[in-house]
Design a protein around this ligand. Structure first.
Ligand code: G3P
Ligand code: CA
Length: 269
């Protein structure tokens, strides 16, 4: 059976640990990946960007400021953009202390390191290409790395990987470069435009605030590039009431910083 729930089914939506289990461990780090696995979740989401010397790393913001100690280590390098630091410089940063002293010494993972941890934990990945306008060619580079790590093998393609972006151009580029990869567009295009997205995106992943039952049904009515009904994963849903509302709308997936809260709110069918 497909790991991504069939449109129109009454099963519980698939739950994705957003930036890892990021309410309980520092977002987009290896401990957050491990925490998701420890809580029993197989799907994690991350954000991929690129360093000054061309290394893919996992971090949400375009600046290192919020989630590392970069201001203390490199006080003169404002505004501390990821793209202005080398991988060796980023490897010196502490990406855990801002969250809790328990995580002091945690590093910003490279995408290689991240993929190996996900593989080790037998997890599955919703990979976001973040800020692609800052990183020309990041789609091709990301796919090259995924291929090298074995993630474009057939068994992964069909069950373990979805690549998403807020940039339609980026999603389309991934689809054109590797048509076997499942892709998602982040956002909520007008229903009149959905037919265009159906050419290159298997999923439409809208913000919870823009969601409605009608919209979910409208997406489900389209067939994606792999010949199946398009699906909907909603983000970011961290409380029981919203989880139940989203499930009631018929979403196929819920992306959450607190996946355990979502699971408790939605009894398995
Ligand atoms: O996966 C959906 C979500 O991650 C999109 O928003 O800003 O958290 O990357 P953001
Ligand atoms: Ca993201």
């Amino acid at each position: 059976p497909s790991e991504v729930r069939a449109a129109g089914s009454h099963e519980r939506p698939l739950i994705v640990a957003h930036r890892g289990a990021s309410a309980y461990a520092p977002e987009n780090t290896l401990p957050a990946v491990d925490k998701a696995a420890a809580l029993g979740f197989t799907w994690v989401e991350n954000d991929v960007q690129r360093t000054k010397d061309g290394v893919l790393v996992v971090l949400h913001d375009d600046s290192l400021r919020r989630t590392t100690n970069v201001q203390r280590v490199f006080p003169k390098r404002a505004p501390w953009k990821v793209k202005d630091f080398t991988a060796a410089e980023i490897a010196r940063l502490d990406a855990g202390s801002w969250f809790s002293p328990v995580y002091a010494g945690t590093r910003v993972p490279t995408l290689d390191q991240y993929m190996r941890r996900v593989e080790r934990n037998h997890e599955k990945l919703l990979l976001e290409i973040k800020n692609p306008e800052l990183y020309p060619g990041i789609e091709r580079q990301t796919l090259r790395l995924l291929r090298r790590e074995g993630w474009l093998d057939h068994r992964h393609l069909t069950s373990r990987l979805i690549v998403q972006s807020f940039s339609a151009g980026s999603v389309r580029a991934v689809h054109d470069l590797e048509p076997g990869v499942r892709t998602a567009f982040l956002g909520g295009p007008a229903t009149a435009d959905l037919h265009r997205y159906a050419g290159f995106a298997d999923l439409i992943n809208p913000s919870y605030g823009t969601l409605s039952a009608e919209y979910v049904s409208a997406v489900h009515a389209f067939t994606g590039p792999h010949g199946k009904p398009m699906k909907v994963f909603a983000w970011t849903v961290d409380d029981a009431s919203r989880a139940r509302t989203a499930a009631g709308y018929g979403v196929d997936g819920i992306i959450s910083n607190k996946p355990d809260v979502v699971r408790a709110a939605l009894p398995a069918a």
